[in-house]
Design a protein around this ligand. Structure first.
Ligand code: MLT
Length: 395
């Protein structure tokens, strides 16, 4: 018996489990301290009323012999797939229900999609970025090339025609930097992918936070993208589903390589390894896309956007460089006094009892940066900023 040796090429632990471990140890040593977490991007507001009502109704159905459901369709119920199509129609994107695959969140699908690609593909991943893209490829033994995101390019790397890639990851609005690609910039990625017969894996988990109307919220708003992109989205951040679990992956019918529609391969993978999201959760998800659901969900998003503005104001007052926060729930700041990311993490935890995420956990280019999330509750965000101001960096 041999183990998968690729695991020895991974960092010891997943970024967010390392952060949790450190925070847990700190709390054990200091049980009386009130630690404020602006670390992992986990929501704090509850599910909205139309969602919980739909789920209650679904539970009732499941308890009644006439309406009880056993296994659902592997790719999700039609009612939810069609609701997702309706949501995309509002973005000017026409989709068929058969192009939408319901899953338990973007993270799983982003990791699992690799099953349909050969392991000798070259993968291009922005640095810094959500660590799941890198880790899942390392687990599968793929070679990863990095493209540099930095303050100069606004943390939005663009294609370099001298680099040949088969699979390209893009995350916009970006986790961790909050940067958002414009339509023109995304078009250059679509053109590159079409020219190189590459596939773009587009993570739009934070699309609901985009406030500037001219910015794209789906790669399918770009001409040609249906021939070269797969989009992953989730209700985790949009509608507070981090603990409820539901997302969707869009594999357009036009996406065909070597005569194989990729949607067919994805369905083959999912129907073999996945038994679908529960009926109750899919009914809750469907309610998100109703008029009331979208309005109630938007109230929560506005609440988080206000948190982001509170953080941004505090950082400006302190003279700390930051970006993001306007079209994304993340604020990406430069660690004060030139501190490395983990040193700033420890200092903030020990002196202000505030948790953030070290930028270096998102890639080498994140060293010296730090991420704060706007998903906390407002009182905690205000308190965290008050403590940050008391630390008097650089004075
Ligand atoms: C994050 O904090 O980056 C996210 O919450 C992690 C995730 O979505 O898996």
């Amino acid at each position: 018996m041999n183990l998968n040796k690729n695991y020895s090429n991974l960092q010891d632990s997943y970024l967010f489990s390392e952060v949790s471990r450190k925070v847990r140890e700190f709390k054990e040593k200091n049980p009386s301290l009130d630690v404020v977490s602006l670390g992992i991007g986990d929501v704090t507001l509850p599910l909205c009323p139309v969602v919980t009502q739909a789920m209650h109704d679904a539970v009732t159905e499941m308890g009644n012999a006439d309406t009880f459901k056993g296994y659902g369709d592997y790719e999700g119920y039609d009612f939810l797939r069609n609701a997702v199509c309706g949501y995309y129609a509002g973005k000017g994107v026409t989709l068929g229900g058969d192009e939408v695959f319901i899953g338990d969140g973007a993270k799983s699908d982003i990791g699992n999609i690799l099953d349909i690609f050969s392991s000798d593909n070259t993968v291009l991943i922005p640095d810094p970025v959500y660590p799941v893209y890198v880790d899942t490829n390392i687990m599968a033994g793929r070679s990863v090339a990095y493209m540099s995101g930095n303050a100069e390019n606004g943390f939005l790397p663009l294609p370099d025609n001298s680099v040949k890639a088969d699979i390209i990851y893009l995350c916009s609005p970006n986790n961790p930097t909050g940067a958002v690609y414009s339509k023109e910039q995304l078009k250059s990625w679509v053109d590159y992918a079409l020219e190189n017969k590459a596939v773009i894996l587009f993570d739009s988990a934070y699309e609901a936070f985009v406030q500037d109307k001219e910015l794209p919220t789906s790669i399918f708003q770009i001409d040609g993208a249906k021939k070269c992109a797969i989009e992953f989205c989730s209700l985790s951040k949009t509608a507070g589903f981090t603990g409820t679990r539901c997302g969707y992956t869009i594999v357009p019918n036009e996406l065909v390589h070597d005569g194989q529609p990729l949607g067919r391969l994805w369905f083959r993978r999912q129907s073999t390894k996945f038994n679908g999201v529960s009926y109750v959760v899919q009914k809750g998800a469907e309610a998100v896309f109703t008029r009331d659901g979208l309005a109630q969900t938007m109230d929560s998003i506005k609440y988080y956007q206000e948190n982001a503005a509170i953080i941004a104001r505090a950082l400006s007052k302190l003279g700390i460089w930051y970006t993001g926060g306007h079209n994304a729930p993340y604020i990406w700041l430069k660690c004060p006094d030139g501190m490395p990311s983990w040193e700033f993490f420890d200092l903030l935890l020990e002196k202000a009892n505030v948790v953030g995420t070290p930028g270096s956990g998102f890639g080498a280019n994140g060293e010296g940066f730090f991420r704060l999330t706007a998903f906390g509750n407002k009182e905690n965000v205000i308190e965290a900023m008050r403590r940050l101001e008391e630390m008097r960096f650089g004075t």
